[in-house]
Design a protein around this ligand. Sequence first.
Ligand code: ATP
Ligand code: MG
Length: 736
Amino acid sequence: MTAATHSTLFPQVPDSADAVLEGLDPEQREVATALHGPVCVLAGAGTGKTRAITHRIAYGVRAGILQPSSVLAVTFTNRAAGEMRGRLRQLGAAGVQARTFHSAALRQLQYFWPKAVGGSMPRLVDRKVQLVADAAAACRIRLDRGELRDVTGEIEWSKVTQTVPSDYTLAAAKAGREAPRDPAEIAQVYAAYEDLKRDRAVIDFEDVLLLTVAILQDRHDIADQVRAQYQHFVVDEYQDVSPLQQRMLELWLGDRDNLCVVGDASQTIYSFTGATPDYLLDFRTRHPGATVVKLVRDYRSTPQVVHLANGLLAQARGRAADHRLELVSQRPAGPEPVYTEYTDEPAEAEGAAHRIRELLDSGVPASEIAVLFRTNAQSETYEQALADAGIPYQLRGAERFFDRPEVRKAGIALRGAARFGGNDSLLDEAVDLPSQVRAVLSGEGWTTTPPAGSGAVRERWESLAALVNLAQDFAAAQPRATLADLVAELDERAGAQHAPTVQGVTLASLHSAKGLEWDVVFLVGVAEGMMPITYAKTDEQVEEERRLLYVGVTRARSHLHVSWALARSPGGRPNRRPSRFLDGLRPGSAAAASRTGAGAAGGIERGYSRGANGTSVPVAPRRTQRAPARCRVCGRTLTDAGEMKLMRCEDCPSDMDEALYERLRDWRAIQARRSGQPAFCVFTDKTLMAIAEATPDDESELARIPGVGMRKLNRYGADVLAICAGQEVAGEEDGD
Ligand code: ATP
Ligand code: MG
């Protein structure tokens, strides 16, 4: 998201092609001026890849070398495509197509369907998972929810890797996929799914690409038509290209080589859908004459943020990691990242809302703040917390802003007002432009303060508020502008899909945040189970999760807040631990490989807990076993059951009283014999070690040791405390 100052919202369009090149460093300039032949840019996050390619297109267009309509720029998310269109327009290169692979393919498919197939294009299926469930039922295969999700993932992977059902078993084995069910069963469900789609006359997301590829492959006349239209191709985030997208790109290109790709292998986050950084890393092999440029200066983030990003990458493994590029920040120093541990998820969301409120009060625009999470399911807790705190937020991003019904209606109302403005008492000419816009939009549901709560009403209000803000910025940049001028600006923006900056905090998944940036980023839910996500099992899957966190960290320009919650719900078991990816990087934690090594400097903040009246109060000091288990030696939060019992990491130095431990073991053997049960049913070794380390003086200290519940306290407490105090215990002497 671009900074919300007037100068950046309405910057001066460069007055010449050469002026477009100003503001690029020498390597970026090399990219921008290499307008012919294959070009590949390999560079880390925030080094100006997207800037280099948007300037490249704008330079080519402004210099008259590239026809705007002959350029197709592709990227992966709607948000990123919207951002690219905005940047191109600001550089005076409106009219260039900037789309996702999917939307570019969909457009071509819709256009060519009547000619290639006849009739109109089938409907796009909206609930794929349901269709997979129906297919499984048809095969009499029962899938639980997790399996259904995983099997759907396998079908998607098969399609983007162009694997047909009969080849799935072999292809999955070759690719080392961990099939969630017997591969033969998956192949069967996949085949049934394809049949069902045909019966119901629908196509899915992957079919859009598959069918476009098929048409371009089979119909040379259509391929020629597409190639005549587009002569220059630019791909952002090329590390995430799937074999199917790559195939489409090759078909668009034909035997030409005017292709410019940019990417960062360390940001590959769509491997689970079949994407691979190999096309990026092997670009020079496939295009021996390619201009290859590397960018290393990070213009986006402070040295503090960059330090964390580099630290995350230093622990990465695999092919992408072999090509990592150490980032060098070009920005002045900023604050250290803040790490906060909360008792539960609602407390974490309230804590974030509390901090956001402070930032807004100190003058940070809401559009410069983002809360990023791993799964969309996490969004709701944050929506609620922000709504409760009266903080505006946006969920949908800016994509398709001008297609939203409320924005269309507002446009009609503004146009009408502009046309009849002179006769409308509301639109007194003496009243300034923003007030006129507010007056018109009040009729559409805009109010000075946002409606309470979340949901559709709130989202509509946010759209109207974005238009009001746009009018304010526009009037500030062009004081003599009239309502008609604003309407013209809106029309132009709608044509270019250049959405206004919505004045709300962005709530987004990490996947959808790629390519974007904010001054302040909250990375929430950075706990084991979420990051990496539970279903990331193989090394490659875990590495992908690490890259996802790297993407999250590198979205921040200066303020980075990293947080996690020890339990899901208030009062729940606090059995979560912060993400392993932060080991050795967050304060007080030891490095992943050797926990006894020096931990990172600084401190972890205590979070906020939910007060009885719903307000935030500081977390109370630890009282019971429900509090987080931390290593007594290094302070790390413990989640391993054995380590929790020991109350320290397995390999942190122990200060156990060995003689006491032996006496406790002897005593345990007698108890076990007497009660006729195995020794570990009395107390496990770990619990005895913890007792011998803690040497509790009274019942409350003993109760605090994990593994000592009420029942055991009542039954054995007196004995154990006596042994710890060095006293003889009745019956101890008859031991072996
Ligand atoms: P990502 O890998 O996250 O997509 P990127 O490499 O595409 O990052 P950009 O988004 O293009 O990076 O640039 C990051 C930020 O740095 C942007 O705010 C951009 O305007 C700024 N920037 C890039 N190059 C320069 C430069 N030469 N001078 C000043 N600012 C720059
Ligand atoms: Mg980028």
